[in-house]
Write a protein that binds this ligand. Structure first.
Ligand code: ASP
Length: 438
């Protein structure tokens, strides 16, 4: 068995956390390859090292003094070194970083140092080899992740090793410059490493005991999800359920490797298993609920729209030409509504409207703002009668007006549009009706 273990920033924020991580890793011989994040927050008011690095580099780029900020970052690592009584010194590393910051080596280089330095410390503490991800994780000239080159180079290297620490979040461009994934991207590195070594399991260690059925900021102590499929997870993460980076599922999914989300602070909790498919019945008909606020609807009316072939294409062209992606597009006989992100749409609104008029020649266009979209997701919903009835009865009882309904034929996902101010109440109503009253 091979397990790849990725530890998030809060799991590696202090010497105390490093100790927990070491005991988790050494508890099982299978945990051979380790992917660390940069030190995260030690308490709610703390700042992540990644953010400190971005701020420090911003000063360097402006030509302003940044040595105090860099010293504060160094102190974060020194606290870990002292707390673990390590003999390693990062003095030379910080000299290099200072020079590179002064030479404007790039924002991505700056941010990547968080994982790079934490990787050096963790490798030293575990007695494992350290691999610099710049030499093993590759991006193409246009900044896309080069999965095949990465997989073959990384695989060739790791198959010769018993253990290794591979820092998360970054790799390099063909010209040698450092490039990072988007924020939270160490999850992606973990997934890439798991694929490269043909791991049996990718354990993603964080500070919660897995995915929860609903957002704990909205629902009081929601249940954890035991098993979720990649497809369900994708729907929920897209709608804002954030434990794992959205792109982290792709490398392992194609290799059929399950992910187990685990809690560094409660390692005995089973966490959530993310799998390709499962015969395990979920505890409830729904697996999870997630949602986002801040959508705008553009309602387009035109008599005889139903018989005008190509009308939908013309409407969508107006959005595409302005670089706006649409979320949903429910339609009636002579009406069609496009849901978009409010923030994306606002600045281009007049250009889109002008193009809609020019291309589609509608009778009227009406814009409404401040919508929230809620996704109710569950593999058990398929071919099960009464799920929609249950959702809408719950919303009815909570006196919530439904502005939009969208269910694809996969029957794994029902999307509901409500006003922003009804968002939290709607999620609580749906959660209670499926989880507490089941
Ligand atoms: N340290 C990076 C961030 O804060 C990447 C990660 O933690 O996954 O976004």
């Amino acid at each position: 068995m091979i397990k790849v273990v990725k530890f998030g920033g809060s799991s590696l924020a202090s010497a105390e956390q490093f100790k927990k991580v070491k005991s988790i890793i050494t508890a099982e011989e299978d945990r051979r390859f380790v992917v660390p994040s940069a030190p995260g927050k030690r308490c709610a008011s703390d700042t992540k090292v990644t953010d400190m690095l971005y701020q420090c580099y911003a000063l360097a780029e402006l030509g302003q003094p940044f040595s105090a900020e860099l010293a504060a970052i160094k102190a974060r690592y020194q606290e870990i070194i002292d707390g673990l009584s390590l003999t390693v010194s990062l003095d030379m590393e910080f000299e290099t970083i200072e020079k590179k910051f002064s030479a404007c080596a790039g924002k991505d280089y700056a941010a990547s140092r968080g994982e790079y330095l934490n990787g050096i410390l963790l490798a030293n503490y575990l007695g494992y080899a350290f691999l610099d991800s710049a030499e093993y994780i590759f991006f193409t000239d246009d900044g896309r992740f080069d999965s095949e080159k990465t997989n073959s180079v990384l695989r060739a290297r790791l198959t010769t090793m018993e253990n290794a620490v591979v820092p998360g979040f970054y790799g390099s461009l063909p010209n040698g410059r450092i490039k990072t994934f988007s924020r939270g991207g160490s999850d992606i590195t973990g997934s890439i490493v798991a694929r490269a070594v043909h791991a049996n399991l990718y354990e993603n260690w964080t500070d919660v005991s897995g995915f929860l059925v609903a957002d704990p900021r909205i629902v009081d102590r929601p249940e954890a999800i035991e098993t979720i499929t990649y497809r369900e997870l994708r729907e929920l993460s897209y709608m804002g359920a954030g434990v794992l980076h959205e792109d982290a599922i792709f490398p392992v999914r194609s290799a059929g490797i399950p992910i187990n989300i685990k809690n560094t602070n409660a390692p005995k909790d089973p966490g959530t298993f993310i799998v390709e498919s499962t015969s395990r019945k979920p505890r409830h008909i729904i697996t999870g609920i997630a949602g986002k606020k801040g959508f705008t609807s553009i309602n387009i009316e035109k008599d005889m729209m139903n018989s005008e072939i190509g009308f939908g294409r013309k409407v969508l062209t107006a959005f595409e030409d302005n670089g706006i992606s649409f979320e949903h597009m429910p339609s009636g006989i002579d009406t069609l509504t496009v849901f978009v992100h409010q923030s994306e749409f606002e600045e281009k609104e007049q250009a889109v409207l002008a193009e809609l008029h020019r291309l589609a020649k509608p009778d009227s266009i009406e814009i409404e703002t401040d919508f929230a979209l809620i996704a109710v997701v569950g593999r058990a919903m398929k071919a099960k009668w009464g799920t929609a009835a249950k959702i809408f009865s719950a919303l009815h009882r909570a006196s919530i007006n439904v502005k939009m309904i969208d269910q694809g034929s996969s029957e794994q996902n029902i999307i509901i549009g409500v006003r922003n101010h009804d968002f939290e109440d709607a999620i609580r109503a749906i959660y209670n009706s499926f989880v507490n009253e089941d």
